[in-house]
Design a binder for this molecule. Structure first.
Ligand code: ADP
Ligand code: MG
Length: 699
C-alpha cells in the first residue's frame, strides 16, 4: 500500500493548499509525491565547510558560520524598519538583517543558542552583514545535513507565496520519510549490473542528498541513461513495428530515365557526397522495406538534384513521385529547376499550389489519377485529401522543419502501400539531437559542396559604418553582381519592422539613385511580391530588399552580397540560412552582418561564429549549445518532450549514443517483448506513452 504513496497528491503534505498545489502543478510540473522526488535540485551547496567571522571577504558568494545571536536591535522607522541580530562565533561579530517578518524573527530565534547561519556576506560600514540569512539550530543541522545540501530553484510565482528552496527540501524529506520501500527499478536487472548503474532508488535519493560530488555524478548518469534509454527504446520499437507492418515499394531497377538523365542531361559531375546519397536511397528502395530517410545538407550542397534523380528511379519502376516545398516561391523554383534539368526528356512534371485553380487544377488532378502526371511539385496543397495519385511511390519533403508531424503522416495514406519518404533539410541538426528527434529515420549527409565554390566571407559591421557598406555594394554591383539586404521581421513588432524596411528602402534609393531596387515583404499581395522577386531573379533590379521572406529557397547565383540588418535579432540557424542565398556562383561572395553597438554576450558569440565558419554542422552544434535543444528549428513539432528531467541533449551526446546502442540490443534480444526480465521495462514505457500522446506519431 505504501508504494502507492508515490501517487499521493502533494496536497497531502502540510502547508500545501489548493493555491500552492495549482502553482506547483502549473509552474513546476509537480502533482504527486513521485513528481516531487523527481524535482531535482539545480545545484548542491557544500555545507561541510564552516567559516569564522574574521575570515569573511566581500567576494564570497555565500558562507556558513556557527555561533550565537547576542542581541536583537530594531533600526529605522515605519516601513523602513529592520531588525538586526548581532551574531558572534567568538571571533568577531556579523550582523544578521531582516526587513520584514520582524515579529516572526524575534519569536523564532532565541538568544545565546547555537545556530548555523548561511548567506551572502556584504560589507556595510565596517562590519559584515547577511541579509535574510538561512538559520537552523545547530542541533537540527547536525541531524539533517552532511556535506552537500540541495538547492532547488523555485519559480517566481511560488516564491511570492513564500515557497523557497528550504521548503521544497522539507517536502522532499517528508516524502522520503513516508516512503519506506525502495523506489521501483525500471531497467532490467542485467543491464543495471552490466553497465554498473546505480539502482534507481539509490540514484533518486542521491540526487537530493549525495554523499559526495562523485556520488552525485554517478546518480545523475544513471538517471540520464534511463531517461534517454526509454526515448530510444520507444523510437526504435516504433520504427521496427512500422517496418514490420508496412512493406515498401520495390524499385528493382535503374532504368531508362535515370540513365538517360545521368549520361546525357546532367550538366556537371555529381559530387562524391551526392553519389553516395543516391546510392543509399537506391539501396533502401530496392529491399522491399519502406524508406524513411533524412537528408541533411548545407544550403547549396545540391540536395534538389539528389531528389530529382531519386524520383527518376521511382518513375523508372512505374511509380509516381512528388515533392513538397514549404512556400509557393520555392515550389515554383523546383518546377523551373526540374524542367530546366530535364530539358527535352519526356517526363511529365506539374505544379500544384493553392493558386492553381479551376480547369487547370482539374486537369492536373485527372492526370495524377491516370498516372499521366509523373512528378508533382507543390506546397502542402499536394497532401490535401482530394489529391489522389494512381501509384505514388516516392515523396520528397523539402525543408522539412516547416511541416508538422501530422502533415507528414498524411502522406502515407496516399497509397495503399506508403511511399518511400525522403526528408530534406538545410538546417543541420547535431547528431545526438537527430538521433532523438529523427531517431527512427535513417540519416544521409551531404558534407561536400559542388566544386569551385569559394567560401563566403562574413564580416561584422556596426551600424554606423553605412558608408562603407554602400561602397562595398557599389563595387560588387559595378562588377555586374546583385545584392540582398535583409531586415528582421517578427510578429510581435511587425509594424515597426516593416517601417524599418521601408525607411531602409528610402535610404538605399537615395544612396543609389542610378540603380533599380526591389522591395519584398509579407504584407504585399502575392502577385506583387512575385513580380518584384522575378525582377530580381531576371537581373532587372540589382538590389533586393526584404524581410525574411527570402529565407528559404531562392536561387540567384549572380547575387554575391547578403547584408543582414539588425543581425543581432536573428538566430544562428536563420543567419546561416540567409547567408546561403549567396555564394552560389563561382565568384567570391560576402555576407555583412550589421548590428548595433550594444550586444549581449550570446549575440556577440553568434556573430563571431558566423564570421569564423561556413560549416552548417558546426553552427548547429553551437546553436544547440547557446539555445538548448528544445528551441532549435526542427525540433518543435517533433513531439519529443524536451523538458527532460536530467539529461541534456546538448551535453550528453555520449549517453544518447550509449542509450541507443543498448536499446537496439534489448530489442534484438526480445523482438516480441516476451522476455520476463523485460516486463517492468515495457510497463514503464507504456506508462510513459500514456502521458505523452504525441510520441507514437514521430515520423
Ligand atoms: P540545396 O537545395 O542543397 O540548397 P541546390 O540543390 O539548390 O542546393 O543546389 C545549389 C546549386 O548547385 C544549384 O544551382 C545546382 O544546380 C548546383 N549544383 C548541384 N549539384 C552540383 C554539382 N554536383 N556540381 C555543380 N553544381 C551543382
Ligand atoms: Mg534546396
Amino acid at each position: 500500500m505504501l508504494t502507492n504513496a508515490l501517487d499521493y497528491p502533494v496536497t497531502y503534505l502540510s502547508n500545501i493548499g489548493p493555491t500552492k498545489a495549482k502553482l506547483l502543478r502549473e509552474d513546476m510540473g509537480i502533482n504527486t509525491y513521485g513528481d516531487l522526488l523527481q524535482y531535482y535540485p539545480t545545484k548542491h551547496i557544500d555545507r561541510s565547510r564552516f567559516y569564522y567571522t574574521h575570515e569573511l571577504t566581500t567576494d564570497m558568494p555565500y558562507v556558513q558560520m556557527r555561533g550565537q545571536i547576542l542581541s536583537f536591535e530594531k533600526e529605522g522607522f515605519g516601513r523602513k524598519q529592520r531588525i538586526v541580530g548581532h551574531f558572534s562565533d567568538g571571533h568577531g561579530v556579523v550582523d544578521l538583517v531582516w526587513f520584514n517578518g520582524l515579529q516572526y524573527v524575534e519569536k523564532s530565534y532565541k538568544l545565546l543558542t547555537d545556530y548555523v547561519v548561511f548567506g551572502k556576506p556584504t560589507l556595510f560600514r565596517d562590519r559584515f552583514n547577511i541579509t535574510h540569512p538561512e538559520i537552523e539550530s545547530a542541533e537540527r543541522f547536525a541531524r539533517t545535513t552532511n556535506g552537500l545540501r540541495p538547492y532547488y530553484s523555485v519559480p517566481e510565482k511560488l516564491q511570492k507565496r513564500g515557497v523557497n528552496t528550504r521548503m521544497v527540501e522539507q517536502w522532499v524529506a517528508t516524502v522520503f520519510r513516508i516512503i519506506h520501500d525502495p523506489l521501483p527499478e525500471t531497467l532490467p536487472e542485467y543491464l543495471v549490473q552490466e553497465l554498473r548503474l546505480m539502482s534507481r532508488d539509490e540514484a533518486i535519493r542521491a540526487m537530493h542528498y549525495p554523499q559526495s560530488a562523485d556520488h552525485l555524478s554517478r546518480a545523475s548518469f544513471r538517471l540520464k541513461f534511463e531517461e534517454l534509454f526509454f526515448i530510444q527504446l520507444n523510437i526504435l520499437r516504433y520504427s521496427r513495428e512500422r517496418n514490420r507492418r508496412y512493406v515498401g515499394h520495390v524499385f528493382a531497377r535503374v532504368g531508362q530515365l535515370f540513365n538517360d538523365f545521368f549520361y546525357h542531361h546532367l550538366p556537371f559531375e555529381l559530387t562524391g557526397a551526392q553519389k553516395r546519397v543516391i546510392r543509399e536511397i537506391r539501396q533502401d528502395t530496392m529491399t522491399g522495406r519502406q524508406m524513411n530517410r533524412l537528408l541533411q545538407g548545407d544550403v547549396g550542397s545540391g540536395k534538389t538534384l539528389v531528389a530529382l534523380m531519386s524520383m527518376l528511379i521511382a518513375l523508372d519502376n512505374g511509380y509516381q513521385a512528388c515533392i513538397m516545398a514549404p512556400t509557393e516561391i520555392l515550389a515554383e523554383q523546383h518546377l523551373d529547376t526540374f524542367r530546366h534539368f530535364l530539358g527535352d526528356m519526356s517526363v511529365h512534371v506539374e505544379l500544384l499550389t493553392s493558386t492553381v485553380k479551376g480547369k487547370r487544377r482539374k486537369a492536373i488532378m485527372d492526370g495524377l489519377q491516370t498516372g499521366e502526371v509523373q512528378i508533382l511539385v507543390g506546397t502542402h496543397a499536394v497532401i490535401e485529401e482530394n489529391v489522389l495519385f494512381r501509384n505514388l511511390g516516392f515523396v520528397v519533403i523539402d525543408e522539412q522543419h516547416r511541416f508538422g508531424v501530422a502533415q507528414r503522416a498524411k502522406l502515407w495514406s496516399k497509397n495503399h502501400t506508403p511511399p518511400h519518404v525522403l526528408v530534406m533539410t538545410a538546417t543541420p541538426i547535431p547528431r545526438t539531437l537527430a538521433m532523438t528527434v529523427y531517431g527512427d529515420l535513417d540519416v544521409s549527409v551531404i558534407d561536400e559542396l559542388p566544386p569551385g565554390r569559394k567560401p563566403i566571407q562574413t564580416i561584422h559591421h556596426y551600424e554606423n559604418r553605412r558608408e562603407e557598406l554602400y561602397r562595398g555594394l557599389r563595387q560588387q554591383i559595378g562588377l555586374g553582381r546583385q545584392a540582398y539586404i535583409v531586415y528582421p521581421l517578427i510578429k510581435e513588432s511587425e509594424k515597426m519592422d516593416l517601417q524599418n524596411l521601408e525607411v531602409g528602402y528610402k535610404e538605399f534609393c537615395k544612396a543609389f539613385p542610378d540603380l533599380h531596387i526591389s522591395m519584398v515583404h509579407g504584407k504585399m499581395k502575392p502577385a506583387e511580391k512575385d513580380g518584384e522577386m522575378d525582377r530580381f531573379v531576371r537581373g532587372e533590379t540589382q538590389i533586393l530588399m526584404a524581410t525574411t521572406v527570402i529565407e528559404v529557397g531562392v536561387n540567384v547565383p549572380n547575387a554575391s552580397v547578403m547584408a543582414i540588418m539588425n543581425a543581432e535579432r536573428f538566430g544562428l540557424a536563420q543567419l546561416h540560412q540567409l547567408r546561403g542565398r549567396v555564394g552560389r556562383g563561382a565568384d567570391q561572395s560576402y555576407c555583412i552582418l550589421v548590428t548595433s553597438f550594444k550586444l549581449s554576450n550570446d549575440t556577440r558569440r553568434r556573430i563571431q561564429i558566423m564570421c569564423e565558419t561556413n560549416d552548417g554542422f558546426q553552427i548547429a552544434e553551437e546553436d544547440m549549445r547557446l539555445r538548448g535543444p528544445g528551441d532549435l528549428e526542427g525540433t518543435q513539432q517533433s513531439g519529443i518532450p524536451f523538458d527532460l528531467h536530467v539529461a541534456n541533449l546538448a551535453r550528453d551526446g555520449q549517453v544518447v549514443q550509449l542509450a541507443r546502442d543498448v536499446a537496439k540490443r534489448v530489442l534484438d534480444s526480445d523482438p516480441d517483448g516476451s522476455r520476463s526480465e523485460h516486463t517492468q521495462m515495457w510497463k514503464t514505457l507504456a506508462e510513459m506513452n500514456k502521458n505523452n500522446v504525441n510520441w507514437s506519431s514521430i515520423s
